[in-house]
Ligand binder design. Structure first.
Ligand code: BG6
Length: 478
């Protein structure tokens, strides 16, 4: 069905809007059946409409958006409004009404909050006071992650939002949920019966989820130093992957059923013991490259910052399926490589039929779901190495998914498309976001921050988390 949309973007000139959101909107407008659109930029600084338009153009240019798509996007109606108080919010609401009626738009509004958690409540309050949420058509609120900075702020923000918006109008973003490989996790589990039979404590020894990045702050010190690895990655991206791996089959593949199963997993997570956590900050690598500085020497980072850039935890899910199977979650900046993967380690055979005593307990089957890069999965098998003796080796059975991805849409395009459709499946429900803060709340005030050398697999302390099991964290640098 052809539709027309008014995008109202709060934080429209910020890093996220420039690098991800505006290019994705341009692609969505080109790909979806959108007959006509308006883009309202909202920020705290005064800017002319020409300044805003050239900022949008520059962001499309930098993202290498096809010329025809950029032209189509820039052909919509544009407006910019600085907001600071009630009267400027009122100007915003009036401006949007006037622009919609001049452009013949039906008033379907997407209010996109690309603002840091510290500005969330004031922005929602401003929206609600001026009534910019009440257009002639439908209105949907999109909120960027992290949603809140801890359990208390997430609860307050949810309550504040629910004064004006029904939960069905709210789309809390976790852009990992829009990634093709993350969406594939449910298909992998529930469209194939092969693995689901063994997806439990009777067959699996441990699950490891690693999201490692080799990059640093990318010019976002102000945001990152307030967030750190727990708020920026662990509480959201890694937790979302974990719930998709651990959840029960949903009754239906719809938003409500999937969210409910994910919440049940978080409900079953045992209170985090600080002995099961390692936080750390990177130090310099010792190379001649001027950019290889320690976290504390990164531009914009206070010299006494204790913000962790690495976090690793062992979570225990106390339910019938997962009792006794640790979930190891690890993430960090400036690590050896960019790798996101889930490693499922199966229990070893009960008897060491082929190993000499000294080598027992030998290998185990390992399933790796690779989210990025080299998307795909591999399953490690023990095989007999050719020769007169029975010597065991391991070989992988590998399925490359990356080749199928081709021109698949990026995460933000997918998510914006779902907001336009009105499908909340790939978003985070209010109770889900609160439960995930509850899980990591004990870590937020943890002051024991280790160090690790930039460009490595993280601090040695992280090894301690796996002492109880013979395996180690997967090697990132391989
Ligand atoms: C963002 C974090 O949500 O995800 C960043 O704020 C991180 O710090 C990024 O680098 C990783 O996402 P992607 O899509 O680049 O893997």
């Amino acid at each position: 069905m052809t539709t027309d949309i008014t995008f109202v973007i709060f934080g429209a000139t910020g890093h996220l809007a420039r690098t991800k959101l505006l290019p994705a909107l341009a692609k969505v407008v080109a790909a979806e059946d959108i007959s006509c659109h308006a883009v309202i930029g909202v920020g705290s600084r005064q800017r002319t409409i020409e300044e805003f338009e050239s900022l949008v153009e520059a962001s499309l240019d930098k993202a290498a958006i096809a010329e025809a798509d950029a032209e189509r996007f820039m052909g919509g109606s544009f407006m910019y409004q600085a907001v600071s108080d009630d009267s400027s919010f009122r100007e915003l609401a009036q401006g949007v009404n006037t622009l919609e009626s001049n452009a013949g738009l039906s008033g379907n509004r997407i209010l996109y909050l690309a603002v840091p958690p510290s500005k969330l409540d004031d922005t929602v309050e401003g929206i609600s006071t001026c009534g910019v949420d009440a257009g002639a058509g439908w209105s949907r609120l999109v909120v960027e992650k992290p949603f809140g900075t801890d359990l208390a702020t997430a609860r307050t923000s949810n309550a504040m939002i629910h004064r004006t918006f029904a939960e069905e109008q709210v789309y809390r973003i976790d852009h990992f949920l829009g990634k093709e490989t993350v969406r594939n996790l449910l298909v992998f589990r529930f469209a194939n019966s092969l693995f689901e039979q063994t997806w439990n404590r009777r067959h699996i020894e441990s699950v490891e989820i690693t999201v490692a990045e080799d990059t640093g702050l990318a010019g976002r010190a102000a945001y990152y130093d307030e967030s750190g690895a727990v708020r920026d990655m662990l509480q959201n991206h890694l937790t979302q992957i974990m719930t998709l791996i651990a959840m029960e089959p949903p009754v239906k593949m719809d938003a409500a059923s999937i969210h409910t199963e994910k919440v049940k997993v978080l409900d079953a997570v045992r209170k985090l013991n600080l002995d099961d956590a390692v936080l750390a900050q990177y130090t310099e690598i010792g190379s001649d490259n001027e950019e290889d500085v320690s976290y504390l020497d990164e531009p914009g980072v206070p010299h006494d910052s204790t913000t962790p850039t690495f976090a690793a935890v062992a979570l225990h899910v106390d339910n019938w399926r997962w009792q006794g199977v640790p979930f190891y979650l690890r993430t960090g900046k400036r690590m050896a490589a960019r790798v996101s993967e889930v490693t499922v380690r199966y229990l070893r055979p009960p008897v060491c039929s082929f190993h000499h005593d000294s080598e027992c307990p030998g290998h185990q089957n390992v399933l790796k779901l690779r989210l990025q890069p080299d998307e795909g999965f591999s399953l490690l098998f023990d095989v007999k190495q050719p020769g007169p003796n029975i010597t065991i080796g391991q070989i992988p059975l590998t399925v490359a998914y990356g080749g199928l991805l081709g021109d698949a849409p990026g995460a933000y395009e997918t998510l914006i498309g779902e907001v336009i459709k009105g499908d909340q499946t790939l978003f985070v429900r209010s109770d889900e976001v609160e439960k995930s803060w509850e899980v990591f709340q004990p870590l937020l005030d943890h002051t024991n921050i280790d160090t690790y050398t930039a460009g490595t697999d993280g601090p040695e302390g992280a090894e301690r988390l796996i002492m109880t099991h013979p395996g180690v964290w997967s090697d990132i640098s391989r």
